[in-house]
Design a protein around this ligand. Structure first.
Ligand code: HEM
Length: 149
């Protein structure tokens, strides 16, 4: 089956992704749904969170998502880059030890959640999200083995 070609530039895709994310109300319902999806997609992950303070964690996620999407918009900005590096450090092998493979489920859980909360969702957005998120997530994964600052 032939599909219409996706012709948008990187900047246009980032904009589509950014707009979709901001159409969602990123509240408690959103973050609860996100973790529900994450644990559904890979039940093993739930064990990582058995001592988690959920009030703190949900707020931290809202803040981190904001940083992630703002980084896409302006990746050369040192402050925005440092926010991504900070997440990479807390999640690296020597700290939380989040295996690179786990990001696969994290991305899927995020897309599933946004799909549910964005009332103007359309199918190509899924490809735009995957393409745009590949950049910061692969950057985070590249620092997984880093021992020193
Ligand atoms: C880009 C993707 C991710 C972002 C933006 C993110 C964001 C965060 C943030 C902001 C925190 C709070 C601590 C901190 O500020 O570092 C955190 C903690 C945590 N994250 Fe992530 N995370 C990501 C990916 C993942 C993945 C893939 C997993 C595992 C499947 C994971 C598991 C955890 C765990 C276990 C904690 C600690 C919870 C606790 O304090 O008990 N994260 N994450």
């Amino acid at each position: 089956m032939f599909q219409k070609k996706r012709k948008k530039s990187w900047q246009e895709k980032v904009k589509e992704v950014f707009n979709s994310y901001y159409r969602c109300e990123i509240d408690d319902a959103f973050t609860r749904q996100f973790y529900k999806n994450l644990f559904f997609l890979n039940p093993k992950i739930e064990k990582y969170f058995d001592k988690t303070d959920w009030i703190y964690q949900r707020k931290a996620l809202v803040h981190a998502l904001d940083n992630l999407f703002h980084f896409l918009d302006d990746p050369e900005n040192t402050h925005k880059k440092n926010q991504i590096i900070r997440i990479a450090k807390t999640h690296s092998k020597k700290n939380l030890n989040i295996h690179p493979h786990d990001y696969y489920y994290w991305i899927d859980a995020l897309i599933l959640t946004i799909k549910k909360f964005d009332n103007k969702w359309y199918n190509s957005l899924e490809f735009y999200f995957r393409e745009c998120l590949f950049f910061p997530i692969s950057f985070i994964i590249s620092l997984y083995h880093k021992e020193k600052d």
